[in-house]
Design a protein. Structure first.
Ligand code: ZN
Length: 300
């Protein structure tokens, strides 16, 4: 593998490491959103009042059960949370929160609707895509096969609706218990495009990369023009970022360079092919201390 590929793979891996960190705060997410934009050179300004960050900030102030409701969906029937949010039956009614944010920043009703239409279906993407990545990375380790083979097995498992006998007669209909995760990751991967921007002042065309999301575009240069950030909030597309980082990391050879810490459970990336099982020296020491304590207790 070329040296530059390894460097890029580690950079993307470290972004994923930050994104999947169990203790990541809304402040970390804001920095992650901005560093993704830089990592991929995308013309997108993440505002301090980004709608996904505002919601993350609110969720992290809640008691653990409420936090878990939003953060841990995969094990439950996933669609339930989405439906709850849509019907404003979730504990924090985050749909209403998004509406309120739009009322504060946008004057006209029609503009508000244009803003909210793409925002509403992805209110919980920040957390659900974390789970998608965690789940997929764990399965790849479990299957002990080339990652592409593992993901194909996984995506087959999730999309089988029917079991048939040898005469092709349906004997059982299975409804998938989880969303088709791999399909979703693949589908969102492609949503970064390159556009030609016309700069009339100096008569040039410039190529700009943008997220392909309906409606909400927040240009980088516009954010620089209005540093007070008293403008329409961005809506950082976590599902696009997470999908992009996930596949790029694997395509660059990341399969041999990641693991989940034996002590704290966090995803981590290693600069050399993987021998390590802890994310940090701290976790190694904590685990060793615990083992020694247990040994001492067993002796007494
Ligand atoms: Zn650890």
């Amino acid at each position: 593998m070329a040296k530059s590929d390894i460097k890029r793979m580690i950079e993307i891996g470290q972004w994923i490491e930050g994104y999947l960190k169990a203790t990541a705060t809304s402040w970390d997410f804001l920095n992650l959103a901005r560093s993704f934009v830089d990592l991929y050179n995308i013309d997108y300004g993440v505002t301090k009042n980004d709608i996904t960050i505002a919601i993350a900030r609110m969720i992290e102030e809640q008691p653990k059960e409420i936090q878990d409701y939003y953060k841990i969906n995969l094990t439950a029937a996933h669609s339930v949370v989405g439906r709850d949010i849509y019907q404003k039956k979730d504990p924090l009614k985050i749909y209403r929160v998004a509406e309120k944010i739009s009322e504060e920043c946008i004057v006209f009703d029609e503009d508000r609707e244009c803003f909210l239409t793409p925002v509403l279906p992805c209110l919980n993407d920040l957390y659900s895509y974390r789970e998608y990545l965690q789940y997929s990375f764990k399965k790849i380790m479990e299957f002990k096969q080339p990652w592409q083979v593992s993901l194909m097995t996984l995506s087959k498992e999730q999309t089988i609706f029917t079991k048939r006998d040898e005469n092709n007669k349906i004997i059982e209909i299975n409804k998938p218990k989880t969303l088709p995760i791999i399909f979703s990751l693949r589908h969102n991967y492609k949503k970064i495009h390159t556009t030609i921007y016309e700069n009339k002042d100096n008569q040039t065309f410039t190529r700009l990369k943008q997220f392909t999301v309906n409606g909400v575009f927040t240009r980088k240069d516009r954010i620089k023009q209005y540093p007070c950030e008293n403008i329409v909030p961005s809506n950082f597309p976590w599902k696009i970022a997470a999908s992009r980082a996930f596949f790029d990391f694997l395509f660059l050879g990341g399969q041999d360079y990641y693991g989940f810490c034996e002590w704290c459970g966090n995803f981590f990336v290693s600069k050399r092919k993987l021998k390590k099982i802890y994310c940090s020296d701290n976790c190694r020491a904590s685990h060793r201390n615990q083992i020694n304590r247990e040994k001492a207790a067993a002796k007494n």
